[in-house]
Design a binder for this molecule. Structure first.
Ligand code: GRF
Length: 205
């Protein structure tokens, strides 16, 4: 069985969507551990309520030392049996960049969700970027994590039309609703071993 490690920093609504899909038996995976880099992340309470083990590894004290922080993350993952062989690490609103060593250690086993249609609008405030650019469509992207920012191979995308009346808040809410469908779906495909990676190209099925 696939062992999942989920990394969060805040609200945890994508984590919740994944955990609930597992509970409903839509994803054949074991939710092994939720790790937060912030002690006040709301998602920690949600995970505990859903009966999932949590750990806090504060990143505040590691600002100049990503490598050391990532090594500690890897230790927690391995301790909870989320390994390079049978694990998947889901970044779900985790507001830190993963360093190259951890990316290499879990090659094509770390995935992230981003609230735009990548490669458009990477980085922070993706919803605002799309709105201010005047894009007609945006959406969300689930991708493997490589050593760049929001640049790894794309697994799955969902589009959202931008309406004339949209504000950042309203648009973000519509994108988030799609995220909650897309992320569990991507994890399910991974758990079923349906994702094949060849360079940047991904085939499903
Ligand atoms: C989501 O919009 C996700 O796309 C981005 O951060 C936000 C996290 O929200 N990476 P939540 O913590 O999952 O509610």
């Amino acid at each position: 069985m696939l062992n999942l490690g989920i990394l969060i920093s805040g609200r945890g609504s994508n984590m919740e969507a994944i955990l609930k899909s597992i509970q409903k038996k839509k994803i054949p995976a074991n939710p092994a551990i939720v790790i937060s880099n912030r002690p006040d992340a709301r998602g920690l309470d949600i995970a505990q309520r859903l009966g999932v083990k949590t750990e806090i590894l504060e990143s505040r004290n590691f600002d100049g030392n990503r490598k050391e922080y990532d090594e500690k993350i890897a230790k927690i993952l391995v301790k909870n049996k989320v390994t390079q062989r049978n694990g998947l690490v889901c970044l779900a609103g985790f507001m830190r960049i993963i360093g190259p060593e951890l990316v290499r250690k879990y090659k094509n086993r770390i995935i992230n969700i981003h609230p735009s249609l990548l490669p458009s609008f990477p980085g922070l405030d993706a919803q605002r970027q799309a709105l201010e650019y005047g894009a007609r469509y945006t959406g969300c992207t689930i991708h493997f994590v490589d050593s760049g920012v929001d640049s790894g191979p794309i697994i799955l995308q969902k589009t959202v039309e931008i309406k004339k009346t949209d504000t950042v808040e309203v648009l973000s809410r519509r994108i988030l609703a799609k995220e909650h469908v897309a992320y569990p779906e991507a994890v399910r495909l991974f758990a079923l071993k349906k994702i094949k990676v060849s360079g940047r190209r991904i085939t499903i099925g």
